[in-house]
Ligand binder design. Structure first.
Ligand code: ADE
Ligand code: ZN
Length: 325
């Protein structure tokens, strides 16, 4: 209780959040009705009951099904506004947000509709509540890479992208397939991150570092299987955006007590705590922090380290970092 209050009131930074993963059943069903799209859930309870996953792919099936109700600019606006409202409640002062444009394009939703809706909610949150944010365009690694250069160019014409990421089904989809578009992103001064070592082996983390030149690894929890990789991450100070509830829900760890966040911190790695897809995994950032601290017997000093790591790992300006410290 005392800890929960402390965590709630502490100003925090979130670095691993898929905006489509914040689609709560209430909004999902109301958007389905708005657009007359049939969903296999008759009500909120049925939707929640379907949020039981065996692995990453079984989650992605449900997650991508949910995205099919997002059609118009106002849908993306309402989705993002609801998350930013959560940020305000949770005292998140800076958030870096992923979105999956290839999925929306496959539904016939143009990029400017997606980005326009997200960005107007982000602008409003900054103006009204002082919450800063960065938008990261994710490529879906289980789709073809050919169209991604054109997609990135389109996004740059619209503007407001801080960087690129890589997400979706990891196993069997190693990072190197996206080498060309990440090289272009680097040459344009964009930040680069990739999901790696969530379900996939440590080799995928090496590959993300070597072929995509990423600045952060999303998840990365399987790095502990490879001592040389841990040395590399330490030497280059590459942060890991760890998502405890996600890892348990997707069976990366059998339960929160078995999570290796404590080991990552003990090894001196720059780990951070994040919520990934909070509408699907049972909680937003503060819930992730409180329950993980509880299960792993982490103290307030660990929480301070985690949040200082997050500030440092963020893509904020040096002056904004100072302000948040
Ligand atoms: N897309 C949304 N959440 C994801 C995750 N945890 N891993 C890979 N792709 C995702
Ligand atoms: Zn993720």
């Amino acid at each position: 209780k005392v800890l929960a209050d402390f965590v709630r009131d502490l100003p925090k930074v979130e670095l691993h959040l898929h905006i489509e993963g914040t689609l709560e059943p209430e909004l999902l069903l109301s958007l389905a009705e708005r657009h007359r799209i049939a969903m296999p859930y008759a009500n909120i309870e049925m939707a929640r009951a379907a949020y039981e996953f065996d692995d990453l792919q079984s989650f992605l099936n449900v997650y991508y099904l949910g995205t099919s109700v997002l059609r118009e600019e106002r849908d993306f606006y309402e989705l993002t506004q609801a998350y930013m409202q959560r940020c305000k409640q949770q005292h998140i002062i800076h958030t870096e947000i992923f979105f999956d444009p290839q999925t929306h394009l496959s539904h016939g939703v143009p990029l400017d509709v997606v980005m326009g809706g997200i960005q107007s909610a982000l602008r409003e949150a900054e103006l009204e509540w002082g919450i800063s944010s960065a938008l990261i365009l994710c490529f879906e690694r289980d789709r073809e890479a050919e169209s991604t250069v054109g997609l990135l160019e389109d996004a740059l014409r619209i503007g407001g992208i801080a960087g690129v990421g890589l997400d979706s089904a990891e196993l069997g989809n190693p990072p190197r397939k996206f080498q060309e578009v990440f090289k272009l992103a680097k040459s344009l001064g964009l930040h680069r991150v990739a999901h790696a070592g969530e379900e996939g082996p440590p080799d995928y983390i090496w590959e993300a570092l070597d072929t995509l030149e990423v600045e952060r690894i999303d998840h990365g929890v399987r790095c502990m299987e490879d001592p040389l990789l841990v040395q590399r991450l330490l030497a280059t100070k590459i942060p890991l955006t760890v998502c405890p509830f996600s890892n348990v829900e997707l069976k990366v760890f059998p339960d929160l007590h078995s999570h290796n966040l404590g080991d990552l911190l003990a090894a001196g790695l720059s780990a951070t705590i994040n919520s990934d897809d909070p509408a699907y995994f049972g909680g937003y950032l503060n819930d992730n922090i409180v329950e993980t601290m509880d299960c792993l017997s982490l103290g307030v000093e660990d929480l301070i380290v985690l949040q200082k790591n997050a500030i440092e790992a963020s893509f904020c300006s040096a002056s904004r970092k100072l302000e948040m410290n």
